[in-house]
Structures are given as structure tokens and as C-alpha cells.
Design a protein around this ligand. Sequence first.
Ligand code: MSP
Length: 478
Amino acid sequence: MSKFFITTPIYYANEAPHIGSAYTTLVADVLSRAHRQFGEETYFLTGTDEHGAKIAKKAEQASQHPKEYVAKIAAEFRQTWDLLGIKPNVFVRTTDKNHQYLVGQVIQLLYDKKLIYPGRYQGWYCVACEEYKEIPTGSKSAGSNPKTAPLCDIHRQPLEIIEEKVYYFALSRFQDQLIKIITAETLKIRPVERKNEALAFLTGEPLRDLPVTRSKVSWGIPVPFDPDQTVYVWFDALLNYLTFSGRNVDLAALQGRQTWWPASLQLLGKDILRFHAVIWPALLLGLELPLPSQLFVHGFFTINGAKMSKTTGNVIKPAKLVNRYGAEATRFLILTAFPFGADGDISWAKLDAAYTAYLANGLGNLLQRTVVLIRKFGLKPQTEAAAIAGVTKAYLANDLTGAIQQTIIMIDETNHYLAVKQPWAIKNQAKRETVLIKTVAALLGIAEAITPLLPRTAAAIKRQLNRLQPQPLFRRLV
Ligand code: MSP
């Protein structure tokens, strides 16, 4: 049986999830359900990124120990995923003991291979991104005065200057190899514009080595060969894809290819492309471990053009959508707000319109009318589901938008078929039955096609066709 291992980034445990974080996790849930439904063995990994300065600061503001703070946020993530019917196979927490131990072993291994060496770092840092930023020309003299420091282009907050002893990872040694693997698609990056963007950073200038430890951040994994240092949060976080690629993974299991690693598909937002397309494969090359097959980079949910972000505070929580539309419809609305890969601005008006058009009217009416007709004409609805080869193919190619669009077309076409054939007006019983049998087959096909996206709705359709008790699938909005 072929295998499908899908990952989301692990989310900072600084705030409860919003619909931007729910988006990536839902995509992974739908794709993993689709691959499973269509015959593959699947493993879906998501979780929380729990160390670093940003989280320590947040916990301090809440007057809590970071450990307590992250436990509370991780629980909120789990509850939200549950509410949305998202079922990962593993929920990562980077404060997990086995993860911490293995990160220590990995950093030691790279140090022993002389791919990690001591040095000093002086430069800009964005705590919200937890990222070392290139020093903008002429702004070094600004010091760390927040009034004059340059702003992070994502968070619009002042950068900090940090100056400390660190250990560097020899990223620059991998530059040529990275260009080769991305160009040849040994590591495939989609959409293709993102592959080009990754190649642009790699071919633009010489890569600089990357600090992978911090001196002044105590909330992190201790560095085994220097107890005054902790592991840089991104190094710790990226390794989660290895350390949670099975149960109690250890180095021997990774080296012996006895875990789920390498991933088939790693999903990420465009803000963290450099980490996943440059640093991550370089670490894997350094560790002599296989590369993931594909990175898929998606856009942002924006509100009035600004990225929805926990740090900025302009967020919509998934529970708000669930209150208005129900959990299943929320899955649909989040995933159809814009094409997979692009950016999209959302508004309540657009969500309401999509809910009414596709769900309440489109699918809901179709089922209701069909069940009422069958009851009226006394037909036995057992019949074969229509073929859904196109949808299956799209899902297996991870073409989420294509799969959903084809499903919507199936619903529209079946509604149209009913409207044209008007079985309620056909006098000849055999002719009427033919129309109804075709409609039921189409509905069963639709139920198959929507199973990964709307699993409970799919079950409700089959149940209603079986029991012939019409019940609205999606209630009308008020
Ligand atoms: N902790 C790091 C990832 C480490 S992975 C080894 C991180 N966390 S995050 O919580 O800030 O973001 C996680 C993911 O959520 C990223 O892919 C990011 O792009 C995505 N999103 C955060 N806000 C988003 C929107 N407003 N819209 C869509 N996705 C967004 O980065």
C-alpha cells in the first residue's frame, strides 16, 4: 500500500488558533482523509511550537510559567481542531521529553561533524518571527531604540538588536546543493512561483551561516555541548518533523528509515518559505536524511488587506464561524474562501453568500428535493454511486481547489438535471424512475466526493437516502 505523510507547520503556542492557522490544518486534514479514502496509508502531523523568546515573553505577561502557559494554549489548539473535525495522527508539542532529547542528539551530531561551530552574532532580530533579519543598510547605528529601529515587514513592529555568543550552522556549505535539488525538483516546491522565489534567495547572494543557539533565552532546549546556550527555536521546531515521525523515534530509527519520514507533502505559509526551502533541506543534507517530496506554500487570510495574525490581534477565531455556520460548513467556507496557494481577503458577507449558494441552496436543496420525491413516488433508492474519478484524481494529486470545484460542479449539474427533467411532472412511471435513479446515483457520488471535506454531511446524505426522512442539511442563515 502506498504511503502518504503530510505535515503542517507547528503553530506558536503564544495565542489560541485563528482561521489562518485553521486553514493549513484543515487542508492537511482533508488531504489526509482523501488519501486514506482512496486507498493509501496516511500519517498526518500537526502541533504546537512551544519554546523561544516570543512565548516566554507572552507567558510572563500572563504571569505564568511558560510550561503552564503553553500547556493551556496547546489544549486550545486541540479543542479547536476537535471542534472542526480535524483528526491528526500525531499532535506535536516541542516541550515533549523525547523531542527535547532527540534535538540535543541532533545538534551534537552536527557539532561532531563540524557543521556547527562557535561564534558571535550581532544584528537584527524579529521576536514575532523569531528570525534573524539582514541588517538594513544605514540602520545599524539606530541601536535597539524602538523609535528608530527598522520595522519587521511582516509584523510592522520594531526589530531588536541582539549581540551574543552563539553556535552557527554552516548553511553556506549547502548553497550549491540546495540550488541543484530545487531546480531538479528532487525537492519539489509548489506553486511554481514559490520555487522561483526560493531559487531567487539561493542564487542572489552567498548564504550566510545561521545561528542555531541563543545565549539569552532560557526557555529552550539546553545545548548539550554548552550548557549556557539553548537551541534556537526554529532549529528545535523544524526537527519536529523528524522527532514525531513515529512513536518514540530515535536517531537509529531515523537513520534506518524506520519511521514515516520523509514526508510526502509539507504545507506552509509563504512567510516561512525560507525556513522550509533553505534551512530545513540543508539540515537534512547535513544529517544525511532524505528530503521531503514536496513543499506546498499557501497564501494568507487577510482582513482589509492585512495578514490575520496573533501578534497583530486582527483575528477571527474558528469558533465564531462554527457558531454561525456549524462545523461542517465552516470547513467548506474556510477552504473555499480562495484558491489553494493564493491570498484571500475574507468578509462575513462573502462567507454568508457562499454558505447560502453552495451549501443551503446547492447541496441542501438537492438532497431535500430528492428525498421528498423518492418518498412521494415510492422508489427504492438503492443504487450505485456515480463515478467520481475526476475528484479522486484531483485529491490524489493534492489539487484541493480542483477537487472541491469538481464536487461543486457535480452538485450544480445534478440540480440542473432535476430542474430540466422535472421528475415530479413526468407521468410515465418508468421514465420518472430512471430520472430519480440517476439523481440518487449522482447524490451518492457527491457523498463520496465530499467525504474528505464534509465527512458528517456525507454520512447524513447516505442516511437520509436510506431512511427517507428529509431534514435540512444546512439550516437557513438568519
Ligand atoms: N512556529 C512557526 C512554524 C514552525 S514549523 C517548523 C510559525 N508559527 S505560526 O503560528 O506563526 O504560523 C504557522 C503557520 O500558520 C504558517 O504557515 C503561517 O503562514 C500560517 N498562518 C499564520 N497566519 C496566517 C494567515 N493569516 N493566513 C494563512 N496562514 C497563516 O511560523
